[in-house]
Design a protein around this ligand. Structure first.
Ligand code: UD1
Ligand code: MG
Length: 468
């Protein structure tokens, strides 16, 4: 039978140095919570090993938010949560995990990771684990690295057998000069934790129970020094969050460019971790692409577009300064410049949405055109229908929203309103300047505007006469 590992992620801390009320573990980094990066790395490590694995997340500060996160997690069945009632330190957090999830005592190994280190990958876990299992005598390993600026980190004091970690607050001047620091990623034999965890005291400057006390000079424990500090960069402040967010996004941009996506100026594009973009797509500077957004191949997105949670098929053109959220845009459509697509916009193949057009919760079938200055809300518009400039679906009566249905191959002249609920059929024609309040059947012609009166020669009366 294969060995088992409990992977414990400490996420109970408030993150005081972040100066924000929400738990640090849920802070969004390139559109994904910090905690999810660590969980994904842990699961990838376990999947590529022969270990049976489960994840335990220790929650505390604003636990209701973390529980909500867990409820909606796509790996919920593989994740358990434990509750650290008071944040009394990292050793106390691990204790809370074993109290609430006693099954974790049965695992051969326990991996401990902090939720605030999103650049970690399965590679670091793999390397750490390989050192632990090479020597059967060893009871624990900790990942360390050299840094030019060790401020804030626990320092590594190597002994003849094991090593210990001294926190910055407790270190004397010479210890503070040590540049090998603790990353706070550990893998231990669970039996070692069982024999030591209960004995850890809080006799230090913080009055906290330190997990680092699992490592002592006379224990069979080993520091594993990694070459690069980058995977272990922690987030304790908003400045550090911005720094790791930038690294994640620039790695993502690099991957996309390798796969044939052209960014005219990559430094001026902000995009989330989840965003997918197909080959041959060109993105101009100043665009923001966030949330669950998927962009196809050979798409052009001009400058200053904001796109959130939207699906954009191949060969779509999005012209400058368009704002798109929750939209589904089919291939060959053209949007903008300066268009706004709100949630529920279902834009068919080769549809044209022009400048200053707003669309909300509406379906436009293949080849329909709304080229200028219009509002389309709660509407269905059929194939190849042409909507002239300045059309408004009057969908809201102050209390309820109503639907507008317009068939295929219909022509709506400029400056019209359709007062919903209303239906205009296929092959119909609405004259410019009409306010349509009654349904128009297939092939019907609708006109709803006052008759024009023309008085010959009367203009003179209204024109100002030029004084000489
Ligand atoms: C910790 C390490 C330090 C290491 C550094 C690396 C300890 C005592 N110190 O310091 O040696 O160099 O990480 O980044 O472990 N947490 C709880 N409950 C608590 C306290 C903290 O769950 O009572 C969680 C936090 O949510 C966080 C993690 O533990 O995810 C680490 O806490 P943090 O305050 O960031 O520790 P550091 O000061 O960074
Ligand atoms: Mg930290």
């Amino acid at each position: 039978m294969s060995n088992s590992i409990g992977m414990v992620i400490l996420a109970a801390g408030k993150g005081t140095r972040m100066k924000t009320e929400n738990p640090k573990a849920l802070a969004q980094c390139a559109g994904k919570p910090l905690l999810d990066y660590v969980i994904d790395a842990a699961f990838t490590f376990a999947k590529n090993s022969s270990l049976r694995a489960e994840v335990g997340v220790v929650v505390g500060h604003r636990k209701e938010l973390l529980e909500k996160w867990w409820e909606n997690h796509n790996q919920k069945s593989l994740i358990k949560t434990a509750w650290q009632k008071e944040q009394k330190g990292t050793a106390d957090a691990l204790k809370a995990c074993f109290t609430d999830i006693p099954d974790f005592w049965n695992n051969d190994f326990t991996l401990v990771a902090c939720a605030d280190t999103p650049l970690i990958s399965a590679d670091e876990f793999k390397e750490l684990f390989s050192v632990l299992i090479q020597d059967p005598e060893l009871v624990g390993v900790a990942a360390t690295f050299e840094t030019l600026n060790p401020t804030g980190y626990g320092r590594i004091l190597r002994g003849t057998k094991g090593f210990r970690i001294i926190e910055e607050k407790d270190a004397d001047e010479s210890q503070r000069k040590i540049t090998e620091v603790n990353s706070a990623f550990y893998i231990l034999k669970t039996s070692h934790i069982k024999s030591i965890l209960g004995t850890i005291e809080n006799k230090n400057k913080s009055g906290e129970f330190y997990l680092t006390d699992l490592f002592q000079e006379n224990f069979a424990v080993k520091p594993v020094k990694f070459k690069s500090e980058t995977p272990f960069l922690g987030v304790n402040t908003l400045e550090q969050l911005a720094n790791v967010d930038k690294i994640i996004r620039s790695n993502k941009l690099k991957d996309l460019m390798i796969n044939g996506v052209r960014f005219l100026n990559p430094e001026q594009v902000y995009l989330d971790f989840h965003v997918e973009i197909g080959t041959g797509t060109i993105i101009y500077p100043g665009c923001t692409l966030i949330g669950q957004t998927k962009i196809g191949s050979s798409v052009v997105i001009e400058s200053n577009c904001f796109i959130k949670n939207s699906y954009i098929a191949d060969e779509v053109e999005i012209l400058a300064s368009s704002y798109i959220e929750g939209a589904d845009i089919k291939s060959g459509a053209t949007i903008g410049p300066m268009a706004r697509l709100r949630p529920g916009s279902d834009i068919g193949e080769k549809v044209k949405i022009g400048n200053f057009v707003e669309v909300k919760k509406s379906k436009l079938e293949r080849g329909a055109k709304v080229s200028h200055l219009s509002y389309i809300g709660d509407a269905e518009i059929g194939e190849n229908t042409n909507i002239g400039c300045g059309f408004i679906t009057c969908n809201y009566d102050g209390a309820n929203k109503h639907k507008t249905k317009i068939g295929s191959n219909t022509f709506i002249g400029s400056d019209c309103q359709a007062v919903a609920p209303i239906e205009i059929g296929n092959d119909a024609f609405v004259a410019a300047g009409s306010t349509i309040t009654k349904n128009i059947p297939d092939g019907g012609f609708g006109i709803a505007r006052p008759q024009q009166v023309t008085k010959e020669g009367a203009a003179r009366k209204f024109l100002k006469t030029k004084k000489t």
